[in-house]
Design a protein around this ligand. Sequence first.
Ligand code: BGC
Length: 344
Amino acid sequence: MKTSKIHLVVGLVSILLWVAGDAKAQSKSKPDAFAQNQRLGRGVNILGYDPIWRSREQGRFKVEYFQKLKAAGFNSVRINLHAFRQMDATNSWAIKPSWFEVLDWAVNEAQAQGLAVILDLHEFTPMGNDPSGNKEKFLAFWRRMAAHYQNAPATVFFELLNEPFDKLTPELWNEYFAEALGIIRKTNPTRTVIVGPGQWNQIDRLVELKLPESDRNLIVTVHFYEPFAFTHQGASWTDRKDKLGFDWKGSPEEVAALNRAFDRAQAWSKANKRPLFLGEFGAYDRGPMDSRMHWTAAVARAAESRGWSWAYWQFDSDFILYDVKREAWVEPILNALIPKSPTR
Ligand code: BGC
């Protein structure tokens, strides 16, 4: 009787130890989304509109830019992926190996410099115009990406889709992203995934975002381009193309409007216990440089003071941070993003 009791106790204790050990192992392998968000820190959007995807020789982004970014004080890059045209409908939506070669190069070189990497599906236009017509491709993209990067380190993040809009309504987006996340979780149970609200990842649409309660390894992204008349003055792809001459000087009213918007996001983040990533913000090149500088610095500091990570829009092309022709930083923008310190 006595020995069987002892056996029972020993058995129970070992089960308890095993369960505790297993839970510990699991919590070790599943990163904390808030800690992951800190690793993103200060970032920049890269490669979205680079000819490198068509041919390596025509690429504008050079390998040494990863090192320059790191040395300037950046912690991460958000790689904007236009992958749909690289997928083969006749072969279960296989993605071209030449495209993966470019992406692997970028991921490896960024990681070699200690930069975290966000893989951001940037096919928001086809997804917004015809969600159901592109759904299969969208899910296939994530099935293939998830398989390709399943062994990548935790500093590689997946961002499900940039700025859902138009026909991809916030309600529909909740369904679509949940499906994509389910596919990703089969091969990447511990990958940190980034997802944002509908209607251009706007702060005021956070309330409609329905996240799976049990998946805590998510970072939520928002974009900020307010006041739009200022940040998009002269932008040909918007209704502001002929409207110039807007300033942003950081007046108390301007700063208060920025803080009000960010406080709304912060309240959502606190109530839902989800970390926030400001994945895009920037003011287009045709605005006055001193105003762009003030606005960029104010937005970056407003994000940082709330514990958010951020990524500036964008390194090259327009809104630029780095002038590829002159091989030089656009200093006022760089200094606005990363204030000068004794080490820089
Ligand atoms: C788009 C760019 C655009 C930027 C600012 C991005 O998400 O991909 O084409 O310039 O937003 O409007």
